[in-house]
Design a protein around this ligand. Structure first.
Ligand SMILES: CC(C)(COP(=O)(O)OP(=O)(O)OC[C@H]1O[C@@H](n2cnc3c(N)ncnc32)[C@H](O)[C@@H]1OP(=O)(O)O)[C@@H](O)C(=O)NCCC(=O)NCCS
Length: 183
């Protein structure tokens, strides 16, 4: 049996950043892109620590901002490796925003970054396995397997849909949609 395994806790990473006015959009809330950039950085830190290697972001799942983040709030990102394949790792990132003035803590989103470790020649390289120490860690590992399966079947279904869709002016699917065809 291979001996290169690491605990989830070994690479678990937490990053906090105060939301300054320069991060705001025209509506005065924090730009979604600022949060995505922080998430990408923490995913890299977590994955590269687990892999002891350079890593790249391959895909991002479940980015859905539940609540807006305000200027002055402290955003904290909790990242941990939930699953490893051969060269890939799924890093779960939970984002919370804390408002010290009114004493609130809100959960803004939980997303999943797939990261791949690369060797010095830019080729995907094997990462250590995971030591799962809690039932929650086992559950998250299993969920990642399920998400992978669902992603594969979704991709396949969308390919079939794309092939089967014919663009016809009388298309029933467009009947109640807010579009005008000018072909
Ligand atoms: C992702 C990438 C490494 C795949 O390279 P590849 O030569 O096709 O290698 P493989 O097919 O062996 O895939 C490597 C791993 O990535 C995983 N992978 C590839 N595409 C994926 C996707 N869309 N979603 C999730 N995982 C994916 C594979 O399942 C595999 O995982 P495993 O080793 O754990 O089984 C390559 O396409 C790449 O470098 N992409 C650019 C990444 C990047 O630069 N990101 C920053 C963007 S600015």
């Amino acid at each position: 049996m291979e001996d290169n395994f690491k605990e989830v806790s070994y690479s678990a990473t937490t990053v906090s950043e105060l939301m300054i006015p320069a991060y705001a959009n025209f509506g005065g809330k924090i730009h979604g892109g600022i949060i995505l950039s922080l998430m990408d950085k923490v995913a890299y830190a977590c994955a590269s620590k687990h892999a002891s290697n350079y890593c790249v972001t391959v895909s991002v799942e479940n980015v859905e901002f539940i609540d807006p983040i305000e200027v002055g709030e402290m955003v904290t990102l909790y990242a941990s490796v939930n699953y490893v394949g051969t060269s890939s790792m799924v890093v779960r990132i939970k984002v919370i925003a804390e408002n010290f003035l009114i004493g609130t803590v809100k959960h803004t989103n939980t997303s999943y970054f797939t990261m791949v470790a690369k060797d010095a020649n830019g080729k995907p390289t094997k990462v250590p396995g995971l030591i799962l120490e809690t039932k929650e860690e086992v559950k998250r590992f299993l969920e990642a397997i399920k998400r992978k399966e669902l992603r594969t079947s979704y991709k396949k279904a969308m390919q079939d849909v794309r092939i089967s869709l014919l663009v016809e002016p009388e298309d029933k699917m467009l009947e109640n949609e807010r579009c005008i065809l000018r072909l």
